[in-house]
Design a protein around this ligand. Structure first.
Ligand SMILES: NC(=O)c1ccc[n+]([C@@H]2O[C@H](COP(=O)([O-])OP(=O)(O)OC[C@H]3O[C@@H](n4cnc5c(N)ncnc54)[C@H](O)[C@@H]3O)[C@@H](O)[C@H]2O)c1
Length: 466
């Protein structure tokens, strides 16, 4: 047998790398029309999160503040090989609406304008609101479609649409609102982000299972149709992309998925990933990557804002609990790793504690084990500001949903899972909860939209021999 010729190293270049990697199933992307003209951002719900979002954008526009926490405004994206040094800002890479071109509107069960609502929410220092007071005062809520059957702990609501008539009548009234807003503000495109209270938990019912059943339910006032679903129907019918920031069902029902595809409109959800769940989806993938076991994760929160008051009702809390509990199970895969995660006790508690206001405090006590089963503990005490974490998510979702619509995408936008506690996926598809997998997915979607090579992090192309 002949000895291999050691003097001549064999150089094998993987065909993918010679040609530039492109996933075989991907078709060439269509050019995306530019974001010309004004983008209207509608928020059903004008409470703490929505007003902090408006105020932040208005302040950034005037140069009073920087949009920290927003990937669309602050983030860069790597293109091509690391050696190419191409790292543009995301907003320079994909055609996004500019902050200057946003117009805000919304609905709320209370008649307070955005200035008054922001003052009452108490998230922002009044000194920071004064400079943008006139702009905030001009954002006046449209009358809400609301029911105490779905949100109990909101007393003395004073800004509701006529309570007579069917769900369909209310959907039509919302469509008129949307049309009026479009004309009055002269916006070219619209997107909606649900920032309303968390509605009571409910499993999907027969009326949610297809569009015909849902439309019949709207006409005969089916009690299983929640107000958020009436908004979602009206917005999708009007061709407005809809993202859900709360944990209740809205567009994640077959009827709405069907409507979104039929109308060619993007949908996404649900439940903004902020605070404790953000921490959970940062920490748990790291522990799992190192094959460290976890046998207990106790999470408790105290918060004192209106959201906390709504979540004090067990039915609204149930929606939140379901959305928070799924995260660890999906990341840790106890079926695949029964020795590490098969006996995990995961408990989530939220307590309404008014003195905290919007400054939520979330404690995590994590029981971890390692080599030879030795026990360790991790304690996290996150003194966060809920709406400060949520506001940039509203901005990014509004801009990315508008981008998705211009890119011709419709239906479920799973690439925006990055922003949600309970990502909406195709039926039967396990969501990705790991924040870094979600980030990679989002960035690769942007590269794909713009016809750039996807980044696999394989890395062999930097070495002569492998
Ligand atoms: N702040 C966060 O970090 C965070 C994270 C995840 C999810 N969320 C969710 O975002 C939503 C908004 O949070 P928030 O702190 O702004 O709450 P908030 O109570 O300050 O504001 C919600 C507003 O929605 C209004 N509302 C309720 N039902 C409505 C309806 N049917 N139509 C129109 N308006 C309606 C209420 O009157 C209230 O003003 C909540 O569902 C919350 O659970 C917030």
């Amino acid at each position: 047998m002949q000895a291999p010729d050691k003097a001549k190293p064999v150089r094998r270049l993987h065909p993918c790398l010679r040609m530039g990697y492109r996933h075989p199933t991907m078709t060439a992307p269509q050019p995306i029309p530019p974001a010309t003209g004004k983008l209207g951002v509608l928020t059903p719900g004008m409470g703490a999160v929505a007003t902090t979002f408006y105020a932040g954008v208005l302040a950034a526009r005037k140069g009073y503040a920087r949009p920290f926490g927003s990937l669309t405004q602050m983030g860069h994206i790597r293109l091509g090989k690391r050696t190419e040094g191409r790292n543009p800002l995301i907003k320079d890479f994909v055609p996004l609406a500019r902050l200057e071109d946003l117009e805000f509107g919304g609905w709320d069960a209370y008649s307070d304008d955005a200035y008054t609502a922001a003052m009452k929410a108490g998230v922002l220092d009044p000194r920071h609101i004064e400079g943008i007071g006139d702009e905030l005062r001009s954002i006046v809520p449209m009358k809400a479609v609301f029911s105490h059957r779905w949100v109990k702990n909101l007393p003395d609501v004073d800004n509701l649409k006529d309570e007579g008539g069917t769900h369909m009548d209310k959907a039509e009234a919302l469509m008129e609102d949307i049309d009026r807003f479009r004309t009055e503000k002269q916006v070219d495109r619209l997107v909606a982000v649900w920032c309303g209270s968390t509605e009571a938990y409910e499993e999907p019912q027969a009326v949610h299972m297809d569009l015909d059943a849902f439309e019949a339910g709207l006409k005969n006032n089916d009690p299983n149709i929640a107000p958020s679903q009436v908004y979602a129907y009206a917005l999708l019918k009007m061709g407005v992309p809809f993202a859900n920031g709360a944990p209740n069902l809205s567009v994640d029902i077959p009827a709405m998925e069907q409507l979104a595809v039929e109308q060619g409109v993007p949908i996404a959800g649900k439940d903004f990933k902020t605070g404790q769940t953000l921490m959970k989806t940062i920490i748990s993938p790291g522990l799992k990557a190192r094959m460290l076991g976890i046998n207990g994760w106790f999470s408790t929160n105290i918060l004192g804002n209106r959201d906390g008051e709504v979540l004090d009702d067990p039915e609204s809390f149930r929606s939140k609990e379901v959305s928070k509990l799924g995260v660890l199970e999906t990341i840790l895969q106890p079926d695949l790793y029964p020795d590490l995660y098969g006996d995990l006790h995961h408990v989530v508690r939220i307590n309404y504690y008014p003195p905290k206001g919007d400054d939520k405090e979330g404690w995590d006590h994590i029981d971890v084990f390692g080599w030879l089963g030795y026990q360790m503990q991790i304690k996290v005490d996150f003194l966060c500001k809920d709406s400060i974490l949520a506001a940039p998510i509203v901005l990014d979702l509004a801009l990315f949903m508008d981008l998705a619509a211009r890119a011709g995408r419709s239906g479920i936008q799973e690439w925006l899972s990055f922003y949600f506690k309970s990502p909406h996926t195709a039926p039967g598809l396990q969501p990705e909860h790991d924040l870094f997998v979600q980030q990679a997915k989002l960035l690769n979607n942007l590269r794909h939209m713009m016809g750039e090579d996807l980044i696999t992090h394989l890395g062999v192309e930097y070495y002569e021999e492998y």
